[in-house]
Design a protein around this ligand. Structure first.
Ligand code: ZN
Length: 391
């Protein structure tokens, strides 16, 4: 049975917005046809009309499902170093509670119109939730280790966790420039099993990371001391972290750099010049929660980069909702249009995850999911905009 849905606007993402356009979709969610209002008379059958904007299902490019039980456990605005210490100390809980929280978070993401997730995992706990979920997950099995002497052990551990995630879609991902040694990244670069197609890394979420790489000072030094990590081996590089790290990634791999809160124009030029397929992910609500600051989003937009959007985890966000992230972007960068940011939240994430044959735009043959955004102002979001899944 074919269902015909219409709204004040459809943003199909692969083309111009359609005023009063109509999407015809079958019972499996496959898009059969996208019509303009002028061709409505050729449609036989009832057309459901909604107030608002229809957009494709959202892609959450950065999440940590396994931290879902930490909602409300960490106080906001204390900076990344304090936040990390608290995640390390307070993340343990009983397995049943963690599983229950993940299942709930998975359900809420679906209700919020998310169809696919790039998810960071440090352990196997999320595997069963992902296997049962209607969402598409790509798991980034995270590895870390700043001590060069322990690089081989850290890498072997990561590879065995990666194998345990099979047959789910998964690949390895270094945690961040300040938690992965050059030696560990070189093992990653050399190992074909470990660096399949796509990877991700937290990048410049705090300025302390740049201070470490530029001058070997700042709060990260105390952090290592508390964790008993000797960093005598580390030599400052006189430039921001991302410039030292990008060359260590394997070639021919899509790399998603997440946060980029303290990324400079010089860093962006460096990344541009270097022969790597770099994608950028913004998690604005988590940035405001942890560092009370946002990345220079317009600087990236100006360069027409592959921008994606993520929620980060419930340790640093009150909900896993891509629309809420877009509302925050709109509040802080009013000149950005919804037509632009919807691309970031749909097709760009789908392309990065390699699932754009199915997700990311409202086109015949795809099953992207259909979201209705209500409380809109013409083709723009308002502070009160809400999302509802139509399909
Ligand atoms: Zn994260």
């Amino acid at each position: 049975m074919i269902r015909h849905v219409s709204a004040d606007f459809i943003i199909p993402v692969n083309g111009e917005p359609l005023k009063n356009g109509i999407v015809s979709v079958d019972e499996k969610g496959e898009i059969i046809h996208v019509s303009t209002s002028e061709s409505a008379e050729t449609i036989s059958g009832h057309i459901e009309h909604h107030k608002g904007i229809i957009v494709p299902g959202f892609v959450n490019a950065h999440c940590h499902l396994e931290l879902s039980h930490m909602v409300g456990k960490i106080a906001p605005h204390e900076g990344l170093i304090s936040f990390l210490g608290k995640v390390i100390n307070e993340r343990s809980s009983n397995e049943k509670d963690i599983l229950h929280a993940m299942e709930k978070a998975d359900r809420v993401m679906q209700e919020n119109g998310i169809v696919a997730v790039g998810d960071i995992s440090n352990n196997l706990l999320s595997k069963s939730v992902k296997q049962r979920s209607a969402l598409h997950y790509h798991t980034f099995v995270e590895f870390l280790g700043f001590d060069p002497d322990k690089a081989e052990l850290a890498f072997e551990n990561a590879l065995s966790r990666l194998r345990e995630f099979a047959p789910l879609s998964a690949s390895l991902a270094p945690h961040s420039p300040y938690s992965v040694s050059k030696e560990l990244l070189k093992l990653f670069q050399k190992n074909k099993e470990g660096h399949a197609e796509l990877t991700t890394m937290h990048n410049q979420e705090s300025d302390e990371e740049n201070k470490l790489y530029r001058y070997k000072n700042g709060k990260l030094l105390d952090f290592y001391q508390k964790l008993n990590i000797n960093i005598d081996f580390f030599r400052p590089k006189g430039r921001n972290s991302v410039q030292s790290i990008i060359p260590l990634f394997p070639a021919n791999q899509r790399i998603l750099l997440v946060h980029n809160t303290y990324t400079s124009l010089k860093d962006v030029y460096f990344a541009n010049r270097f022969n790597r397929d770099i994608h950028w992910c913004f998690c604005p609500k988590a940035n405001l929660f942890i560092e009370s600051r946002l990345p220079k989003i317009e600087m990236f937009q100006f360069h027409e980069f592959n921008i994606t959007v993520g929620t980060d985890s419930l340790a640093s966000n009150d909900k896993l909702c891509i629309l809420s992230e877009l509302i925050v972007i709109k509040e802080h960068f009013p000149s950005l249009s919804l037509i632009e940011t919807i691309r970031w939240a749909t097709i760009n994430g789908a392309r990065f995850l390699g699932i754009d044959h199915k997700y990311g735009s409202i086109e015949p043959g795809k099953t992207p999911g259909l979201n209705l955004i209500t409380n809109t102002d013409g083709l723009e979001l308002t502070a009160g905009s809400e999302v509802r899944k139509l399909n």
